[in-house]
Design a protein around this ligand. Structure first.
Ligand SMILES: NC(=O)c1ccc[n+]([C@@H]2O[C@H](COP(=O)([O-])OP(=O)(O)OC[C@H]3O[C@@H](n4cnc5c(N)ncnc54)[C@H](OP(=O)(O)O)[C@@H]3O)[C@@H](O)[C@H]2O)c1
Length: 249
C-alpha cells in the first residue's frame, strides 16, 4: 500500500486528489494538510511514502525541500518553480536517494499537445502561445505555457528569429505578451475557464493551431495517480508527466 499525504487538500485540486487517491487500488490517503499544518511532523508520524502538493506558488519550493528532507517522494502539481529551484530540487532528491516529480500539467491531452508542438515547431518558422485560465489563478503565464515554449525552442532554436529585430509600436504597453524562449505568451484570466491553451504556428501563407481544453479537474487525476504509483522507481527530478507515460500501471 502506497501511503499518501495530500498537501493543499482543501483546495480545488487537492480535493480531487484526495478522492482519486482514495479510489485508486494500492494507495491510501493518510493525512490531508493545508496552510499552517505540520508537514515534516506528519510525514514522520504517518511514515507517508508520497506527498502530493497542490498548494501555492509562494509555498511550493519550501514544501518540496521539506518533503525530501523528511524522506518522502514529492509529486508536485503546484506551478511557480523556477529553473534554479528545479536544479536545487534535483540535487537534493539525488542526495537523499529519492525522486521528485514536478508536472506542469497532469492532463494526458496537454502532454500530447506539448509533444506535438515540439514536432510541428521543427518545421514552422513562427509561433505564439495563448493560455486561458480561471480568474483566480495565482501566477502567469501557466507552467504549461512555459514548458511548451521551452520544448518548441529546443526542437527549433531558430523559432521566431525573423521577429527578433523587427521594430513595432506598442500603443498599449505589453499588448504583444510576455516572452519565454523568444516565444510570445498571452495569458487570459476569465471566469468559466479551467485550463486551455492554443499554440498558433505561422508560415508562408498558412497557420496551424493546436488547442487543448481541460473541461474539469478530473482530467488531471489519472496522471497524478500514475506518478504516485511510479515515483519510487525514479531518482532525482522528474520534470513532466511524459516521463511516466510509457510505464504500465
Ligand atoms: N500541474 C497541473 O496539472 C495543475 C492543474 C491545476 C492546477 N495546478 C496548480 O496547482 C496549484 C493549486 O491550484 P488550486 O486551483 O487547487 O488552488 P486552490 O484552490 O487555491 O488550493 C490551494 C490549497 O493549498 C492551500 N495552501 C496554500 N498555501 C499552502 C501552504 N503553504 N501549505 C499547505 N497548503 C497551502 C490553500 O489553503 P488556503 O485556502 O488556506 O490558502 C488551498 O487549500 C496552483 O499552483 C495551480 O496553478 C496545477
Amino acid at each position: 500500500m502506497i501511503t499518501v499525504i495530500v498537501n493543499g487538500a482543501k483546495g480545488k485540486m487537492g480535493q480531487a486528489v484526495v478522492t482519486a487517491v482514495s479510489d485508486a487500488d494500492g494507495m491510501s490517503v493518510v493525512a490531508e494538510l493545508d496552510m499552517g499544518d505540520k508537514l515534516t511532523y506528519t510525514i514522520q508520524d504517518t511514515q507517508a511514502k508520497v506527498v502530493v502538493d497542490f498548494t501555492h506558488p509562494s509555498a511550493v519550493k519550501k514544501n518540496v525541500i521539506e518533503i525530501l528532507n523528511a524522506g518522502a517522494y514529492p509529486v508536485v502539481g503546484t506551478t511557480g518553480l523556477s529553473d534554479a529551484d528545479l536544479a536545487e530540487i534535483d540535487a537534493l532528491a539525488k542526495a537523499k536517494g529519492l525522486a521528485a516529480a514536478v508536472c506542469p500539467n497532469f492532463a494526458i491531452g496537454a502532454v500530447l499537445m506539448m509533444q506535438a508542438a515540439a514536432q510541428i515547431g521543427k518545421h514552422m518558422p513562427q509561433c505564439e502561445i495563448i493560455e486561458f485560465h480561471h480568474n483566480n489563478k495565482a501566477d502567469a503565464p501557466s507552467g504549461t505555457a512555459i514548458k511548451t515554449a521551452e520544448l518548441i525552442a529546443i526542437s527549433n532554436p531558430e523559432i521566431n528569429k525573423a521577429l527578433v529585430d523587427r521594430t513595432e509600436t506598442h500603443i498599449v504597453p505589453e499588448t504583444r505578451g510576455g516572452k519565454k524562449a523568444n516565444i510570445p505568451i498571452h495569458a487570459v484570466r476569465l471566469q468559466g475557464f479551467v485550463a486551455s491553451q492554443e499554440i498558433i504556428f505561422g508560415g508562408l501563407g498558412q497557420t496551424l493551431t493546436l488547442r487543448h481544453d481541460t473541461i474539469n479537474r478530473e482530467s488531471f487525476m489519472p496522471g497524478v495517480v500514475l506518478c504516485v504509483r511510479k515515483i519510487h522507481s525514479k531518482t532525482g527530478l522528474i520534470y513532466g508527466l511524459e516521463n511516466f507515460l510509457n510505464e504500465t500501471e
